[in-house]
Ligand binder design. Structure first.
Ligand SMILES: NC(=O)c1ccc[n+]([C@@H]2O[C@H](COP(=O)([O-])OP(=O)(O)OC[C@H]3O[C@@H](n4cnc5c(N)ncnc54)[C@H](OP(=O)(O)O)[C@@H]3O)[C@@H](O)[C@H]2O)c1
Length: 297
């Protein structure tokens, strides 16, 4: 059984990106820039934003964090995004979720120029992905990270049955669409499960590749998994743990111990899919920089 080490892969990928950024910046006297906007003071979001900024700087890219108060009117946020769309030094724009209730998520997604939408959330980028034009848009970072793991671990996917559990716009739906594409690291037959799926264990037990993204701690048990399956756990759930200083620990959507005994490969939580998301965000930002400069990747 292989433990898929997302921490290692993301570190390798970031080192590769750093080398590419160094080469490009020496040649062009410019660096890729990522601007993250955070509205309000959600502590978890602040940690995510800090980590993104840190990784950005580590790879030699320029990181800018714009902190706005929770009371910021939507119009003001949209106008700030408009300024960033017009700024040639900014190659990636990301607005950290969740947003305060008075701000409409869809309006924010639509305001970001598709050419700087390194999260891959804009309908134009989603559309390119669904059409299989992966060289044109930006792929949503978490599913993109899973593709990278499958590729770097040489996991055979062609003709396999991939079952995706969860249909969110940021993970489940793009994941299922990607696995359907005719690519080296996809080309699967795909089934998608969600909260209204009947007889889910019957379906998950058919999966050669099982991707779980629902946000329910240890939901997928050993009985729901086919022996030899490749299991990719996107879930990040906080469960109480009085033995930890923080009072909690992170766990996935898959019951890791028992499932790892029968899987052929599995991602742990933490240290599996999670670290890949930021690495792919940086990869998308570098790609945006290249496109802005007319450089082929
Ligand atoms: N590692 C990372 O970088 C990363 C990135 C993003 C998310 N995550 C984690 O991944 C998990 C999912 O995130 P998300 O944003 O996709 O969540 P989400 O928007 O809440 O969507 C959850 C999906 O799971 C389905 N679902 C919920 N309970 C279910 C059940 N009992 N049986 C079957 N399906 C069920 C929902 O079905 P319905 O559509 O029918 O409601 C929905 O489609 C969370 O733990 C999140 O923290 C991790």
């Amino acid at each position: 059984m292989t433990i898929i080490d997302g921490k290692q892969v993301s570190s390798d990928l970031k080192a590769e990106l750093k080398a590419e950024v160094a080469e490009l910046s020496a040649r062009l006297n410019a660096v890729p820039g990522l601007t993250v906007i955070i509205v309000g003071e959600d502590p978890a979001s602040q940690v995510y934003v800090r980590n993104k900024a840190k990784s950005c700087v580590e790879t030699g890219m320029r990181s800018t964090v714009i902190e706005l108060p929770a009371s910021t009117p939507q119009e003001e946020l949209l106008s700030k995004i408009g300024e960033l769309n017009d700024d040639p030094e900014v190659h990636g724009i990301l607005v950290q979720q969740p947003l305060p209730p008075h701000i409409e998520e869809y309006a924010v997604t639509m305001a970001i120029s598709p050419s700087k939408d390194v999260d891959g959330f804009h309908p134009e980028n989603v559309g390119q992905m669904v059409l299989g034009n992966l060289d044109k848009g930006y792929i949503s970072c978490t599913p993109y990270g899973i593709l990278e793991l499958l590729s770097r671990y040489n996991i055979e996917t062609k003709g396999k049955h991939c079952v995706v559990v969860g249909r969110s716009n940021i993970v489940g739906k793009p994941m299922a669409n990607l696995m359907l594409q005719k690519l080296k690291e996809t080309n699967c037959t795909v089934t998608v499960c969600h909260s209204a799926t009947a007889n889910m264990p019957e379906l998950t037990r058919q999966a050669d590749i099982l991707v779980v993204a629902i946000g329910r701690a240890n939901f997928v048990t050993r009985e729901m998994v086919k022996p030899g399956a490749v299991v990719l756990d996107v879930g990040m759930n906080r469960v109480e743990d009085p033995t930890r200083k923080s009072g909690f620990r992170l766990t996935g959507d898959v019951d890791f111990g028992p499932v790892s005994e029968i899987a052929s490969a599995i991602t742990p939580v933490p240290g599996g899919v999670g670290p890949m998301t930021i690495a792919m965000l940086l990869k998308n930002t570098l790609q945006s920089f290249r496109r802005a400069r007319g450089i082929e990747s």
